[in-house]
Design a protein around this ligand. Structure first.
Ligand SMILES: Cc1cc2nc3c(=O)[nH]c(=O)nc-3n(C[C@H](O)[C@H](O)[C@H](O)COP(=O)(O)O)c2cc1C
Length: 215
């Protein structure tokens, strides 16, 4: 099926419903690397905070073609406020920049319940609190986030999930993550619409601060 431009989707009545309906059947494909994925945060952070996130650049719903992923922008704000180390969860292969192709790839990965190989991983043992962010993909976490969760020992750690989405909200990220790492304590989800994170970044400091303080 030919890819639909995001600008067309924005202008089409009911487009969101069509797109979101398609999400529920999707599985994963990999995205381009964020240019400054590990630039923010502190190496060997004194407060033992890790901000791990998955985020895709390229063409996406409601925002056009982006060079900084929506979730990355939230992750960066969290890292700045906590002094935590920023780590990008990247797959060994790149997801298509084309939105429609990415939706198709992501759907295939979800249906097959795959665990994509990561380009690199991080030892989570030095960290007490792990902020974990991802976009909602087909009502779920991107499969690569399960790879990340299942490859580390999260026992006794606090995991604070956050996500961006275009209508699906928290999508039970706290429950899904809790099942993947049953030894961890998982708090409530910070959920922000992707186009708001991308286009109204001035709102992020306030939202993130309130959420960080909330638990
Ligand atoms: C493969 C794929 C599947 C998606 N599935 C959903 C979905 O089920 N529900 C939803 O609200 N948004 C869905 N979206 C929209 C993304 O969650 C949203 O654009 C998010 O902000 C992207 O974050 P990122 O830029 O950090 O990758 C999907 C996007 C893609 C690319």
């Amino acid at each position: 099926m030919k890819f639909m431009k995001c600008s067309c989707l924005r202008n089409a009545a009911g487009a969101a419903a069509v797109i979101l309906a398609s999400f529920s059947f999707c599985s994963p494909v990999l995205a381009a690397v964020q240019s400054d994925s590990v630039a923010a945060g502190t190496e060997g952070s004194q407060n033992r905070v890790l901000v791990a996130y998955f985020s895709r650049t390229g063409e996406n719903y409601a925002v056009g073609s982006i060079s900084s992923g929506n979730t990355y922008l939230v992750a960066k704000e969290i890292a700045e406020q906590t002094g935590g180390r920023l780590f990008e969860i990247r797959t060994a292969y790149s997801y298509p920049a084309d939105y429609g192709e990415c939706v198709k790839k992501a759907r295939e990965e979800k249906e097959a319940n795959t665990r994509p190989e990561l380009a690199e991983n991080i030892d989570v043992s030095p960290y007490d609190v792990i902020y974990l962010g991802a976009p909602v993909w087909h009502g779920d976490l991107p499969m690569a986030v399960y790879t990340f969760l299942e490859s580390g020992d999260f026992s006794g750690k606090t995991v604070r999930p956050f996500n961006t989405h275009e209508g699906s909200g928290s999508s039970g990220f706290d429950v899904k993550i809790g099942k993947a790492v049953p030894g961890a304590s998982v708090t409530g989800v910070l959920s922000i619409q992707g186009k708001e994170a991308q286009n109204e970044t001035h709102k992020l400091p306030f939202k993130v601060r309130n959420w960080i303080k909330s638990e």
